[in-house]
Ligand binder design. Structure first.
Ligand SMILES: [Fe+2]
Ligand SMILES: [Fe+2]
Length: 153
């Protein structure tokens, strides 16, 4: 199984350090927190979140392959439950999964998309390093119990 550091290196390789990379790191961050809240393996969930959009650029012309190609790349690196979560996170693949991991990934993805849509984590031109703390979000407050510590943008 990949470590978070290895997953971040894959993000840099496949997505660079632009908006989709920041989105992926944020999804990993949310997944880490959701796993801790639910008593799940937080490293496994974080890595799944980090890797969920690795094929985003190369599937731009055919989103029915988005997640499927990433899962193929990762087939020897992640357990099946993570691969299926990645395959099913975009409805256009037609793959369905209702495991806790798959449902959490869809939630984390939606939270992250919303954050970027309102521009709270839009860090254009910044020289900041790509880290979970560099793209933390105030919106996660809506998804986590009050009093939960989290970074802000
Ligand atoms: Fe995606
Ligand atoms: Fe995503």
């Amino acid at each position: 199984m990949l470590s978070p550091t290895e997953a971040n290196n894959l993000i840099l390789f496949h997505l660079g350090d632009g908006l989709r990379a920041r989105h992926s790191v944020f999804v990993g961050y949310v997944m880490d927190h959701l796993a801790k809240l639910l008593g799940e393996d937080h490293v496994h969930w974080e890595v799944t979140g980090l890797c969920h959009d690795l094929d985003f650029e190369v599937t731009a012309e055919d989103r029915s392959r988005h997640g499927l190609l990433a899962a193929e790349w990762l087939r020897d690196e992640l357990p099946d439950v993570a691969l299926v979560a990645i395959q099913s996170h975009d409805h256009r693949t037609g793959i369905l999964s209702e495991t806790k991991l798959a449902l959490a990934l869809k939630l984390a993805d939606a939270i992250a998309v919303g954050e970027l849509d309102v521009g709270r984590c839009h860090d254009r031109g910044s020289e900041r390093r790509l880290t979970p703390r560099s793209i933390g979000s105030s919106a996660i407050s809506a998804a986590l119990p009050s009093g939960t510590n989290h970074p802000t943008c």
